[in-house]
Design a protein around this ligand. Structure first.
Ligand SMILES: [Zn+2]
Length: 250
């Protein structure tokens, strides 16, 4: 299937120049501005989706489960990104480590990551990978949470996420050509939770470019065989790493 949307251009990898602060007028000669506290490397947040209060995603599907696949690909992606020179922050540290979705966003925000990828697998009819980004602001809808009604993400995060999803789609489609179908790029509002809230929960709380990757349709036997194999997981991780690299250099 063709991409649902034609997305805009991808921003370059270079960071925007930081303007010099205006002087106080005391110095007669130009004084070099103090070096901005720059990170040596780009920080990437990897969120292997699930266990949380709502869904552990541990029920068996085609001899595996979504949570396990998300975790296994996440660990491979972490390793590949580190080898490529990125600093990586994981939102959880074990396959069955439970973290709420809004906290996953906050972990990445607090790490001042350049971007975050949320790794998931689909369980609908069809085959292949699909991407979701926040195409509008959402309202967190969880009555028992004191942050019920929280709005996000910002317009900037929405447009950055859109550019990031475009880069990711192009990279994954190229890397996985002949192996896995490319479904397309969609707004969060097309998902079940997104249709209610306007955006996925971790998108609402995100302060950085955010992207949900439905890596395969796990209920599809062929997709499941691909993603259960070590080689398939490595290939999936490599395609996601290529998308990250296209959007932001290490
Ligand atoms: Zn999922």
């Amino acid at each position: 299937m063709l991409a649902a949307l034609t997305l805009g251009t991808v921003p370059g990898a270079g960071a925007a120049a930081i303007d010099d602060l205006p002087g106080t007028g005391a110095a007669a000669l130009p004084v070099p501005s103090p070096a901005a506290p720059e990170r040596a490397r780009t920080v990437v947040c990897v969120d292997p989706g699930h266990p949380n209060t709502f869904n552990s995603a541990t029920s068996m599907v085609n001899g595996t489960n979504e949570n396990r696949i998300n975790w296994q690909v996440g660990v491979r992606l972490e390793r590949q990104l580190k080898e490529a020179g990125y600093e990586v922050v994981m939102t959880r540290n074990a396959e069955l480590h439970s973290v709420e979705n809004k906290d996953r966003a906050r972990i990445c925000n607090a790490a001042r990551a350049a971007l975050v990828v949320h790794l998931h697998c689909e369980s609908t009819p069809g085959t292949g990978f699909a991407l979701y980004y926040p195409d509008r602001q959402g309202v967190y809808d969880y009555k028992n949470d004191p942050e019920n009604g929280f709005r996000g993400p910002s317009a900037q995060v929405q447009s950055d996420s859109r550019a990031f999803s475009s880069a990711m789609f192009n990279a994954m489609r190229g890397e996985l050509a002949g192996t896995l179908a490319a479904q397309g790029v969609y707004g969060d509002s097309r998902t079940a939770v997104g249709s209610n809230q306007g955006a996925l929960t971790f998108s609402i709380f995100s302060e950085i470019p955010t992207l949900t990757i439905e890596m395969v349709v796990l209920t599809n036997k062929k997709d499941a065989e691909f993603i259960k194999a070590a080689a398939g997981q490595e290939k999936m991780a490599a395609s996601i790493a290529a998308g990250i690299r296209l959007y932001r250099a290490p």
